[in-house]
Structures are given as structure tokens and as C-alpha cells.
Design a protein around this ligand. Structure first.
Ligand SMILES: N[C@@H](CCC(=O)N[C@@H](CS)C(=O)NCC(=O)O)C(=O)O
Length: 233
């Protein structure tokens, strides 16, 4: 099998979502770091018209894919032949897709905007925006926590979002979840939205810890730290 090329950036969470699948499935891949200044240049928008990372080219099929969720789905469809990270039967197949799409629409943008307004928005801090996205982050965590608690339907709670195994949908949430306590709810934030993850969302916290212990997740986290240290921005 030829090496899959993943265009990425060390510091954002999105590039690390497909890396988790590549690591879990033990596929040969190479990270092709793209510096921020190159993202909107034609040499890169030819690969990803949206000028963001990640994107992927696979010399084995000649396929190019952009958007982290789409890359995960591609890798699963093409290479998870033993169904390690997905289901083929109903309803689990579509439940898994639902959780991935919720991650793409509910976690990525809200967590991302919280980070933007807290850390990167130039000029004065816009507190209502920071607060709005902080509350949305908490709302999304509440949805996960409630589902993982299992409710009356599944006493003792769920180990994973769908069925009884870790799927690509669980993994999709991990890189943004790494940022919650380090970057999204920092002690000197200029708003009044605070968060104690373990106390407020205990089922979510246990699930995240469970995922964080997987060897592929540990390896990806180490790789992210090493790439961040070497990154040229
Ligand atoms: N929905 C996209 C979001 C991609 C995205 O926003 N990536 C960030 C890095 S984590 C990026 O490229 N930022 C550069 C920019 O906004 O110009 C995905 O999930 O792939």
C-alpha cells in the first residue's frame, strides 16, 4: 500500500481527527504540514478549495478529500474492512453518522468560535460573543453527557456513543475535547461562564478519559505535541 498524504497543521484540532483513524487502522501515512500563509494560495486551494486543513490525497485510489469528517468517512469506507471502527448494520451505521455530523456542526464551530473570541479576535474582547459560545460549548457537552448517561434506557451508562465499541464518531470529538480545559475555560477569561468538567458532565468526562487511554489516541497526542514544538506557523 502506498503512503496516504495528510495536509495538516499542528496547532488546530481538526487535522488530528483523521490522524486518529489512520493510527487506529495502522495505515501508512505522512503528514504534510501547511503553514498558515500558504492555505489560501492556489497551490493549496487546488487540493482544498476552502483553504483550510486538513485535506488528504490517497495515491492508492487517486482520491482527494477535504473536511476532517469527510476524510474520516473516506478512510473508514476504504480501509476499515474488519469493521473495527464502524458498523454496517442498522440502526448503528446511521447513528454513527449522526454523531459525526453533530461533531462537525455542533462541536467544531462552537468550540472554534469560543477559542477565536477568547484568544484571537483583535482589539477589545467582545464579552457577549465569548459568553454565547461558552454557553454553547456547555450545551453541547450536556447533550453528550445526557446521551452517555444512558438515561432510563441503559442503566449504568454507555461506554461509547453508539453500541458497545469505539467508532470513528467517538474519535471525532477527541481533539477539540483536549482543548476544553487548556484553552476554552481559562481562569482569567473575561466572561462569567465557568466549567468544572468532571463535576458538571461526569459521563462525558469518563468517556473522554476512556478514549484518551487508547494507544492510537496516546500516540496521536504525542505526535501533536512534537509537531507543535517543530511548527513554523
Ligand atoms: N470544517 C473544517 C474546519 C477546518 C478548519 O477550520 N481548520 C483550521 C485548523 S484546525 C484552519 O485551517 N484554519 C485556518 C484558517 O481559518 O484560515 C474541517 O473540519 O476540516
Amino acid at each position: 500500500m502506498q503512503t496516504i498524504l495528510l495536509y495538516s497543521h499542528a496547532s488546530g484540532p481538526n487535522s488530528w481527527k483523521p490522524v486518529l483513524v489512520l493510527e487506529e487502522l495502522k495505515l501508512p501515512y505522512e503528514l504534510k504540514p501547511v503553514v498558515w500563509g500558504e492555505l489560501k494560495k492556489p497551490s493549496y486551494t487546488a487540493i482544498n478549495p476552502n483553504g483550510r486543513v486538513p485535506s488528504m490525497t490517497d495515491p492508492n485510489t487517486g482520491v482527494t478529500v477535504f473536511e476532517s469528517g469527510a476524510i474520516m468517512e473516506y478512510l473508514i469506507a476504504e480501509y476499515d474492512k474488519d469493521n473495527l471502527l464502524h458498523y454496517t448494520g442498522l440502526p448503528e451505521k446511521y447513528e454513527t453518522q449522526s454523531w459525526l455530523h453533530f461533531q462537525m456542526s455542533g462541536q467544531g464551530p462552537y468550540f472554534g468560535q469560543r477559542a477565536w473570541f477568547l484568544h484571537f479576535q483583535p482589539g477589545e474582547k467582545i464579552v457577549p460573543a465569548i459568553e454565547r459560545y461558552g454557553n454553547e460549548v456547555k450545551r453541547v457537552l450536556g447533550v453528550l453527557d445526557s446521551h452517555l448517561s444512558g438515561g432510563a434506557e441503559k442503566k449504568g451508562g454507555r461506554q461509547y456513543l453508539v453500541g458497545d465499541k469505539c467508532t470513528y464518531a467517538d474519535l471525532a470529538w477527541v481533539p477539540w475535547d483536549w482543548a476544553i480545559e487548556q484553552a476554552l475555560f481559562i481562569p482569567n477569561a473575561p466572561d462569567s461562564v465557568t466549567l468544572d468538567v468532571e463535576k458538571e458532565f461526569p459521563h462525558f468526562a469518563k468517556w473522554h478519559q476512556r478514549l484518551d487511554q487508547r494507544p492510537a489516541v496516546v500516540k496521536t497526542k504525542e505526535l501533536k505535541a512534537a509537531e507543535t514544538a517543530n511548527s513554523q506557523h
